[in-house]
Design a protein around this ligand. Structure first.
Ligand SMILES: [Zn+2]
Length: 510
């Protein structure tokens, strides 16, 4: 009863109700699905003297130790570690349950068996991305695909798509959550969708052709690629009079980029565009969107689904759960997942605005929302340019600074050694495409000053390129995801290079 209430009323529950219903759902989920059938958590809970009844309120969730990305990695001792996180039902345990017996009497044994198959048997997978570690598979059962469809339909609803809209999905075709969630957004949302496969499958030209012919109302994609697509389309004089919304996934979205995309929309003859971001990651098997908000106002944040999972914000140092409104690291616990299940998963992503349970000022929904910017761990790691005055540069901050910089469009930061000599100084070269016929000398001065003010480093050189050259540099249509930071320093110590690689790893988490 309570579970149905949480599912049906997910977008209109105040904080106290959400917390009470989530605690009840968590107990039920642990008791019936996770603790009996998860090798990892069964053992972990036993070691910590915990069982489902240990969780009377949501605060009790803090008694569960965190799970991190490292816990899921295979080791020499356990080369198939990911399997410990897959729920594997024990038929004997299921058969003994009174509910199973009653259902078998009412519907017949075969029907019950089929239901369990659909609940537990893994039939679909996505992979984590990130170049530093082996991708980890995440398994979905039929029931998980049902949840994926629910989450996807909600993205469509919250982004205010209409039945008569046409969606162009330009996310790269890959076994990654983002592409499949978008796919389900069309099918489960009942909206006409064309998935182009992204730049690498269809090329920029192929995607532009779809803009011309399919005339989408809504365009879905990775920010860097969408920027290129619309820029090139504008250069070719394409008209996108139907386009009214862009939904972005896979990278964070700065205010500067939103402005630039709206300007491009104007050039393409579109109506004033809503540029909406989504946040999600493989381990959550879902993503959360922003709702449309007036231009110039702060976003209403990412709208969470309280029936499908719990997001906690924790102090990354102490691990303590923080109250609403506090910045911190995001931790995720599913409430009804099968297949691969991780509890209290530390994402390594940081929110600077924290959680709120207040009704959304724009769409009026009452549900938990994540406010402010989210920075991802892979981008927060500092790149150590130790030979440039020992300055540590935060790529996350530099990315914001450059995305927000006026008069430039696409950009790329390149690291080199002077004269290509491994022992010589590092140099940072900024490649950029200037817009609006800005004066180069003036723009160089402004960009250099801007970088120095925000990240205390000046590019050694700033080189301007045509949009075609920028596309080549960034690998648009060649790479699954465009490269905004490249390291061309010759290898001297492999560890140093790996450090920088970890910075350049921009993960498509959704
Ligand atoms: Zn809203």
């Amino acid at each position: 009863m309570n579970r149905n209430w949480l599912r049906n009323q997910w977008q209109q529950l105040p904080e106290a109700a959400v917390r009470r219903l989530q605690a009840g759902q968590l107990r039920h989920y642990l008791r019936t699905a996770v603790l009996p059938f998860s090798a990892h958590y069964g053992e972990l809970f036993r070691r910590h003297g915990l069982n489902a009844d240990s969780f009377r309120t949501l605060e009790d969730l803090q008694r569960v130790p965190f799970t991190t990305k490292v816990d899921l990695l295979n080791t020499a001792k356990n080369p198939q570690r990911f399997k410990d996180f897959i729920l594997v039902p024990d038929p004997k345990v299921l058969a003994r349950r009174p509910r199973t017996i009653l259902r078998a009497l009412a519907q017949g044994r075969d029907s019950v068996k089929q239901d369990f198959e659909s609940e537990f048997r893994p039939i679909f997978m996505t992979f984590t991305t990130g170049r530093s570690a082996e991708p980890t598979p995440f398994f979905f059962s039929q029931r998980d695909l049902g949840h994926l469809a629910i989450a996807a339909r909600r993205v469509v609803e919250i982004c205010a798509a209409r039945r008569e809209d046409r969606l162009l999905n330009s996310l790269p075709f890959a076994p990654h959550l983002a592409f499949w969630l978008a796919h389900y957004a069309g099918t489960a949302g009942g909206v006409m969708m064309l998935s182009s496969g992204g730049g690498r499958v269809a090329g920029t030209e192929g995607n532009i052709r779809q803009l011309r012919k399919f005339k989408p109302d809504i365009l879905i994609g990775i920010p860097t690629f969408v920027y290129h697509l619309l820029h090139q389309a504008a250069e070719e004089g394409v008209h996108c009079e139907n386009l009214r919304c862009i939904v972005l996934a896979g990278e964070k979205v700065s205010d500067g980029l939103r402005h630039k995309l709206r300007d491009l929309g104007h050039e393409l003859g579109a109506r004033p565009l809503d540029v909406l971001a989504t946040y999600g990651f493989t381990e959550a098997k879902q993503a959360w969107p922003e709702c449309p908000f007036p231009h110039g106002e702060p976003s209403g944040g990412y709208h969470l689904y309280p029936d499908l999972g719990i997001i906690e914000v924790i102090d990354p140092q102490t691990g303590k759960t923080l109250p609403p409104g506090q910045p911190g690291e995001l931790v995720f616990t599913p409430l009804d997942a099968r297949g691969t299940v991780v509890l209290r998963y530390r994402t390594g992503d940081y929110t600077d605005g924290g959680l709120t349970y207040e009704p959304c000022p724009y769409c009026g929904r009452t549900l938990p929302r994540l406010l402010g910017n989210i920075s991802r761990r892979s981008e927060v790691r500092e790149m150590n340019l130790d030979k440039i005055k020992g300055t540590l540069v935060d790529f996350n901050e530099l990315e914001h600074v450059l995305d927000d910089a006026p008069h430039i469009g696409a950009w790329q930061v390149e690291l080199r050694k002077i004269n290509n000599d491994p022992l010589d100084l590092d140099e940072l070269i900024l490649h950029a495409q200037k817009t609006n016929g800005a004066d180069e000398t003036q723009l160089c001065r402004e960009l250099s000053e801007r970088c120095f003010t925000h990240v205390e480093i000046r590019p050694n050189r700033i080189l301007f390129h045509s949009s075609d050259e920028m596309r080549q540099l960034l690998g648009v249509g060649r790479l699954l995801k465009e490269e905004k930071l490249v390291d061309h320093r010759p290898a001297m110590k492999s560890t140093a290079i790996n450090d920088v690689r970890s910075v350049t790893e921009t993960e498509t988490k959704t």
